[in-house]
Design a binder for this molecule. Structure first.
Ligand code: CA
Length: 367
């Protein structure tokens, strides 16, 4: 074990620390370049919070009823009041939700915390203090919070808090896993922001260990689904291909296969099983791009919807400048390039009508 950690440190040590994040990411600024966290680890029956400041690594053992020293105001997205150290992070008992009054969906945020806050505020999903204001509505975060941008940790704690607040109001936040969640949990670091290499070095561990099964956010992430349905509209990060549907898996089965047999399993064992190998492939539900390829027809969309027993499919993953609709809302693509940090849209569904919600608060009906 010691050898492993030494090796990890050495390999991380080879990466030079960013002196300025702006220089590493042109056009990209951050107020606190060296602050990241907190990450909460369950070790020897204790919950230990670790976070990084410009002074280096700090830590604190969390105990219920005692204020933690972590909260110097550095992490505005993290509110200790919403922590539940006894939480067993059970997945939602169902992937099907009905009679939901209002639905909002946003996708592929990729570390752009500030832009998400502006978008949610513009459409009264949250109030001016960043608290849930969507009542009994459901907000779908359609995957890919991770990678590219430099405010991933803040986003995770913010969505976590919003989920708790929504639950209290009779609403729900559904955070679905995208391919970048799967990549982060499996240690594929090709797209991580340089900032997190600094965190890895300070913590002395690879990025996926910050979200391992013995961490607070790691356990929370492992409870998340890949596919859900709300009011006969299916939500999935990338899409359901015809081949996927031929496997005859319902959403609950897809969700539990990802949870139990893909996230924490080595690639060899995934690839050895034809079902898992397909789910994990380029045509699987978090990677597929077929709806937006040339030659995809209305007839094919109808056939997929018929097989699913759904009326609409909402996906992210394939980027456009705005929310796009295919075949009278049979398929709606909501990755509106928030990742570029400049603009983005949120999908709003109210009384079976679909709207693009813009950054300045406008609603544009899509048909
Ligand atoms: Ca994606």
């Amino acid at each position: 074990m010691r050898i492993f950690f030494l090796a990890a440190c050495l390999s991380i040590g080879a990466i030079s620390f960013p002196l300025s994040l702006e220089a590493q990411n042109p056009g990209h600024t951050t107020t606190h370049p060296y602050e990241d966290g907190p990450y909460i680890f369950f070790e020897n029956g204790q919950a230990i919070a670790r976070w990084v400041t410009e002074n280096g690594l700090e830590e604190d053992t969390l105990r219920d009823g005692r204020p933690a020293k972590i909260f110097s105001g550095a992490f505005d997205a993290f509110d200790p009041a919403y922590l539940d150290l006894e939480d067993t992070f059970q997945p939602a008992p169902t992937a099907n939700f009905k009679k939901v009054s209002r639905v909002a969906a946003v996708s592929d945020i990729h570390g752009q915390y500030g832009l998400l806050i502006r978008l949610l505020t513009a459409h009264q999903i949250i109030d001016n203090d960043g608290n849930w204001a969507f009542g009994q509505g459901h907000l779908v975060v359609l995957g890919d919070i991770f990678d590219r941008g430099d405010e991933v940790t803040s986003l995770l704690w913010f969505i976590y808090k919003l989920e708790k607040q929504a639950e209290k109001a009779g609403g729900m936040v559904h955070y679905l896993l995208g391919n970048h969640e799967i990549m982060a949990l499996k240690g594929d670091l090709r797209y991580i922001n340089k900032k997190y290499r600094y965190t890895m070095a300070a913590m002395g561990m690879p990025y996926d260990k910050l979200f391992g099964p013995d961490t607070y956010l790691g356990r929370w992430l492992r409870s998340k689904p890949v596919a859900i349905s709300i009011n006969k509209t299916a939500f999935v990060h990338a899409g359901f291909s015809k081949t996927l549907l031929s496997l005859g898996l319902n959403f609950d089965a897809i969700n539990s296969l990802f949870r139990e047999h893909i996230i924490d399993q080595p690639e060899d064992s995934i690839l050895a099983d034809p079902y898992l190998a397909f789910l994990y492939s380029e045509d699987g539900p978090v990677w597929y791009r077929g709806y937006f390829e040339e030659g995809f027809t209305k007839w094919q969309a109808s056939e997929i919807l018929g097989r699913l027993g759904e009326r609409h499919i909402v996906v992210g993953h394939t980027s456009f400048h705005e929310i796009v609709s295919l075949f009278h809302n049979k398929i709606i693509g909501i990755d509106s390039s928030i990742k570029n940090g400049k603009n983005g849209e949120i999908l709003l569904i109210n009384k079976k009508k679909f709207y693009r919600g813009t950054l300045n608060g406008k609603l544009i009906r899509i048909k």
